[in-house]
Structure formats: C-alpha cells, structure tokens
Design a protein around this ligand. Structure first.
Ligand code: CA
Length: 223
C-alpha cells in the first residue's frame, strides 16, 4: 500500500515509516500540517496517518479539508492521551479511526490493516437493520422514520455494532474501538453505555441489540 504519515515528531515519524517499509509498504512522510495536506492531495494514498498536534495546520483541520475535497483515503488519527476531545473532533472531521499515544507498533500495524480494509467500504454508506437506519455520511440515525439523537460516543458504539451486524462484538473490541487503547474505562462503562443506547434505539419491537453472555453484544433483527 501507499501510506502517507503526517507526524512532526521526527523519531516517531522515522519509526513508523521504517516499520511500514519493512512490511512492504511505500511510505511518504510529511513533518508539518500544511505540507501533509498538500502531499495528501497531490497523490493517491491507501491510508493516511495523521497526527493531531502539528505545526502550521492541525490534523483535525487537515481531515476536514481533505474530506471536503472528497478525498476518500482512510484516515488514522494519532491523538494525545490528555486530549480525549480530539477523538470526537477527529472522527467528526472524517477520520476513520484513532490511536492514542503512546501506542505499541503491533497495535499501530493492526490499526493500519483495519482502516485499510474499511477503506474498501464506500463512504457515506447507509447501514440498515430492520427499521433502524444509520447514515454514516450525515451521522443520522432513524428508527421507523423517527430521528434518534445520540451522543458522539453512543453513535460510535451503534455504528460499530451495525457494521458487524449478525456477528458478536466482544466488550474488549468495543472498548478498544470506541474508547481507545490504554483508556482507563472498564467493561462496566461499556455496559452503562449499552443500556443508554438501548433506551434510545430499542424502544420498540423487534429488539435489535442482544447481549452475548460473558462476551459482548450482537445486533440482529431476529431474536
Ligand atoms: Ca505532534
């Protein structure tokens, strides 16, 4: 794959580029925001790794501008541990996933594989289960024609489950993809959020969110 890394910390940029190179990828590195934005527009990339805190233009602004210009490459955002709001802003700006610093190289490579796979899903896709409809382009959720207002976290949770409709998603996978690696959130928090989500989404029959005892959750229309 052709991968662009926009990261201003030289050591981290070098480590990521080297690792991806060893995996057989072709890597381009940009060290500041404006340069990264221009490089991203100038060529076709399969994945773009975008740091949030960057000189000249931050990663969130870059993501927003790239999406506004209909650039479709999957974006993996790198966020600082002490800036959790960056995650929501980043996803709202069009990032496909995020990784909280510091992270392990194995996790980084796994995320690159995951976002590149997801990249093959057309953007602006509408996910539907029974009468529940989630439009990923405008982040709108409707059930039986009624709009359901979700918080960003609830939305992420629902989108994750709907993307895996018919398959059980483990609590760990939910924690990882909705709250991020190394967050101090526990499985109990996942349960609390699932309860809130059910109160908004599953107010009518058929119930769509199912608990898989001792494992996680599953979305499907039939019991
Ligand atoms: Ca930085």
């Amino acid at each position: 794959m052709r991968i662009l890394i926009v990261e201003d910390e030289p050591r981290l940029a070098r480590l990521l580029a080297q690792t991806l190179g060893e995996e057989g990828h072709q890597v381009v590195v940009a060290h500041d925001g404006r340069e990264g934005y221009e490089v991203a527009l100038s060529a076709q990339f399969d994945v773009i790794v975008l740091d949030v805190m960057l000189p000249t233009m931050d990663g969130i602004a870059i993501a927003r501008k790239l999406r506004a210009s209909r650039m479709q490459a999957p974006l993996l955002m790198l966020t600082a541990r002490d800036a959790p709001t960056d995650v929501v802003k980043g996803l709202d700006a069009g990032a496909d996933d995020y990784l909280t610093k510091p992270f392990s190289i194995e996790v980084f490579l796994a995320r690159i594989r995951a976002v590149s796979r997801r990249g093959s899903i057309p953007r602006g896709v509408v996910l539907q289960i029974a009468d529940l409809r989630l439009d990923t382009a405008c982040r709108e959720v409707m059930r039986a024609g009624q709009i359901i207002n979700l918080t960003p976290r609830e939305y992420m949770l629902l989108e994750l489950l709907m993307r895996h409709a018919g398959r059980a998603v483990s609590r760990d996978a939910i924690l990882e993809s909705v709250w991020g690696f190394g967050s101090d959130v526990t499985a109990n928090t996942v349960e609390v959020f699932m309860r809130l989500l059910r109160l908004k989404v599953d107010t009518r029959e058929p119930k769509l969110i199912h608990t898989v005892r001792g494992f996680g959750y599953l979305m499907k229309a039939t019991p």
